[in-house]
Design a protein around this ligand. Sequence first.
Ligand SMILES: Nc1nc2c([nH]c(=O)n2[C@H]2C[C@H](O)[C@@H](COP(=O)(O)OP(=O)(O)OP(=O)(O)O)O2)c(=O)[nH]1
Length: 314
Amino acid sequence: MSALLQKVVEVAAAVLQRPDGTFLLAQRPADKIWAGYWEFPGGKVEAGETAHDALVRELHEELGIEVLTAYPWLTRVFTYPHATVRLSFFRVTEWRGELYPHEGQQFSWQQAQDVRVSPVLPANAPILRALELPALYAISNVAELGVESFLIKLQAQLDAGLQLIQLREKNLTPERLRELAVRTVAMAHAAGAKVLINGDLALAREVGADGVHLTSLQLAELTERPSVAWCAASCHTDEELQRAQRLGCDFAMLSPVLPTQSHPGAAHLGWERFSALAAGSSIPVYALGGLTRAEMSIAWQRGAHGIALLRQAW
Ligand SMILES: Nc1nc2c([nH]c(=O)n2[C@H]2C[C@H](O)[C@@H](COP(=O)(O)OP(=O)(O)OP(=O)(O)O)O2)c(=O)[nH]1
């Protein structure tokens, strides 16, 4: 039967995460297809179940644990020779009970940047990459803080664990922007953090940044993903979010979720709409607009990978 005619098998999978960010992979037992491959615990959604129901049941059956907190995360459709699967991934951060391999499977706790077991199921490579992304995406605010004050605050945030920064300064001359980019990248890299440059691929390459953050205009015009390690895009609509996925972006920023200080009366998505858009996304989505760090767990409940902050980041 051709892949197109195959029915889609619904699967729920759990990224069990410990507070230090490590997550559990399990090795598929000998009696299953793709035996020996490493996967996130989970399994097929049965008739009458939601993906969340299936997740709770599978983790009970396979690992003997009770799920306490599961955030909806990425959805990925993948065609194997044996089936087309729609994988609904959840991040499970709290559970009750000791993990026990009820199907005789091997377990291994892994770190996103350094996965040491193989082979991993083919559909899971982008999922492992998505796990490299932190919960907070900080957008520069030199426009309001000035260069020196921004860099002092940047250092303080890097010291406190900031890992991902977007340099977005529309009002600097090219020379001053370049100078700022060089300093920002040097400071970030010394702390093991990544910098994406808004809108300027040439500058990103020139200063050795980790990638580029596409404006929605660039997203509309580009036909190929820029060849950089990390490529993100600003999205405001379902269409833009779809486009970011088709282009091969690594993650998206979806805004404005709530009214913002800069555009108080402007239309915003609201959490309902945000979660409807984020629900089907195969790439991580950061929520932006009118948020503070205190909204992180609301954002997770709504399907965001994390939040992006501008003023509030500093
Ligand atoms: N559990 C899980 N399945 C995955 C992952 N990635 C991935 O492509 N899959 C695919 C492999 C399988 O085709 C399908 C899951 O089916 P399964 O055979 O494990 O489901 P199940 O536990 O309900 O097994 P069974 O009772 O039907 O034998 O999803 C993953 O990370 N975790």
